[in-house]
Each structure stands twice: as structure tokens, then as C-alpha cells.
Design a protein around this ligand. Structure first.
Ligand code: ATP
Ligand code: MG
Length: 257
């Protein structure tokens, strides 16, 4: 099982869009996937077709109140399983802060769980929920827009990853940086994209997610884009990302042999 935190403390960079659509793409590629929503905004929950305002149990109860994963998970609405969240999760920060080993809660809860991939949609901050996700994770997937300020935000995240390697998760690796909402007509986007290639090389996904209206429309239908409009550019891009991610794991395991 591989746990991937989709994180960037900068808001609106495409974390949730990536978490939802990569979960759908990996399921399509025959992987058993669990998507965990740890953002009280509940966007990944809604985007997966689960009504966040009608939850009897959410990731809050799972993290803080001892509810079992099986009780909380929804498995009918999407092809992947979703552990939903809503505004109740804001109380988890306080709940977790009162606990011993508070940054290890999620890691411990995931220890007996069996999926091929667990994706965690993080909130746009480096709070205790994100720290839990980064402690539970094997890798971090970092969506970013190709704009000037994106690089500034990135250094804060990379510092956090470094700090967590020292404190709670020595094995934490970067799965990859993902260029999102890419518009090749904008010259700054092309420049920043080129800089990312130079700086991050292999750590940058080759797949680029284009700006595509279908990706923005799909969540209001409670569907990943693969279901909403399979032939759209957005859908094809996320399927390509899923394939690239799987291919990289193969490369990695054959390196070990
Ligand atoms: P937050 O930090 O608030 O959690 P986020 O990083 O999860 O935001 P998203 O919610 O995925 O970002 O995306 C922000 C907005 O941009 C949403 O309205 C989403 O539909 C839209 N969006 C994301 N990716 C694309 C894309 N490739 N093309 C067009 N619109 C997109
Ligand atoms: Mg989000």
C-alpha cells in the first residue's frame, strides 16, 4: 500500500481536483483506492458524489472519536472509496492537539488498512491535520500553478517536508510536482514551467494538467471528470497522470531487483 498526501499550503492550486481525479484514474487502472478528505471544506467529498451535509460520520469521528474506517467510508458513490469530511473536522485540530503523539494518529489508524493507494486531500495550510497526513504518507504529490508566486509557496512546503523527515517521518519522499491549470498561451506559464523542469528534473511529472472547463464543471455534478466527460482534455490528462504514476512505481521496483 502506498499513501500519497496531495498537499500545497497555497490555496486553489488544484489539490482537490487532483486528489479526486487521480483517485478515479487509478481506480480505472484497476487499483484499489481510498481517498481521504481532511479538508473541512469537504470539496473532495462533494466532488466524489457524497453529500457533505448529510454525513452521519466523517473523518472527524475516524480521527478523534475512534470510529472504524469501515463505518465511515463510502464505497457506492464513486469507483474508489471515500472517507468524507465536512465542517465538523475543524474541531479535530483542537481534538488532536490534546492527544499524545498527535501527529501519528492517522499513521496508526492506517496501519491495518489494505488498499493499493491511499490519497489524502490536504487543506490549504500546514496545520496539525496536514502534519498528520504528511506523517502517515510515503510520498507527497504537490500540485502547482505555473505562476511566479507558486515558487515562493513551494519553498515553505519543502522546508516543512524536510522538518518532518527529521521529526516524525524520515522516509517521506516527494512523489512529484504536478503542473496544473496550465495554459501554454501565457508566456509566464511557459517560463515557470521551464524553470521547474530545470530545478526539479525527475521530480516533475511529465504529464501536465491543462486548464479545462470540464474539470471545473465536474464537481458540481458530484463526479470525477472521467465520468462527467471522458473524452475531455482534463479527463485524458488525469488518466495519463495515473498511468505515469504507476509506470514510475514499476520503474522503482525494478530498480530494487
Ligand atoms: P483549496 O486550497 O481551497 O483546497 P485546491 O488546491 O484544492 O483549493 P481546487 O479546488 O482543486 O484547488 O481548484 C481550485 C479551483 O480551480 C476549483 O474551482 C477547480 O474546479 C478549478 N480547477 C482546478 N484545476 C483546474 C483545471 N485544470 N482547469 C480548470 N479549472 C480547474
Ligand atoms: Mg481543496
Amino acid at each position: 500500500m502506498k499513501v500519497i498526501a496531495v498537499a500545497n499550503q497555497k490555496g486553489g492550486v488544484g489539490k482537490t481536483t487532483t486528489a479526486v481525479n487521480l483517485s478515479a484514474a487509478l481506480s480505472e487502472l484497476e487499483q484499489r483506492v481510498l481517498l481521504i478528505d481532511i479538508d473541512p471544506q469537504g470539496n473532495a467529498t462533494m466532488g466524489s458524489g457524497v453529500e457533505k451535509n448529510q454525513l452521519s460520520l466523517s473523518s472527524y469521528e475516524w480521527l478523534v472519536e475512534g470510529a472504524g474506517l469501515k463505518e465511515v467510508v463510502h464505497s457506492k458513490e464513486a469507483k474508489y472509496d471515500i472517507l468524507p469530511s465536512n465542517i465538523d473536522l475543524t474541531a479535530a485540530e483542537v481534538g488532536l492537539l490534546g492527544m499524545e503523539s498527535r501527529e501519528y494518529v492517522m499513521r496508526d489508524l492506517l496501519s491495518g488498512v489494505a488498499y493499493d493507494y491511499v490519497l489524502i486531500d490536504c487543506p490549504p495550510s500546514l496545520n496539525i491535520l496536514t502534519v498528520n497526513a504528511l506523517t502517515a504518507a510515503n510520498t507527497v504529490l504537490i500540485p502547482m500553478q505555473c505562476e511566479y508566486y507558486a515558487l515562493e509557496g513551494l519553498s515553505a512546503l519543502l522546508e516543512t517536508i524536510k522538518a518532518l523527515r527529521v521529526s516524525s517521518n524520515p522516509q517521506l519522499d516527494i512523489e512529484g510536482l504536478l503542473r496544473t491549470m496550465y495554459d501554454p498561451r501565457i508566456s509566464l506559464s511557459r517560463d515557470v514551467s521551464r524553470q521547474l523542469v530545470t530545478h526539479f528534473g525527475e521530480k516533475l511529472f511529465r504529464t501536465v494538467i491543462p486548464r479545462n472547463i470540464k474539470l471545473a464543471e465536474a464537481p458540481s455534478h458530484g463526479q470525477p471528470v472521467i465520468e462527467y466527460d471522458r473524452s475531455s482534455k482534463g479527463s485524458r490528462a488525469y488518466l495519463a497522470l495515473g498511468a505515469e504514476l504507476l509506470k514510475r512505481q514499476e520503474g522503482f521496483s525494478s530498480q530494487l531487483l
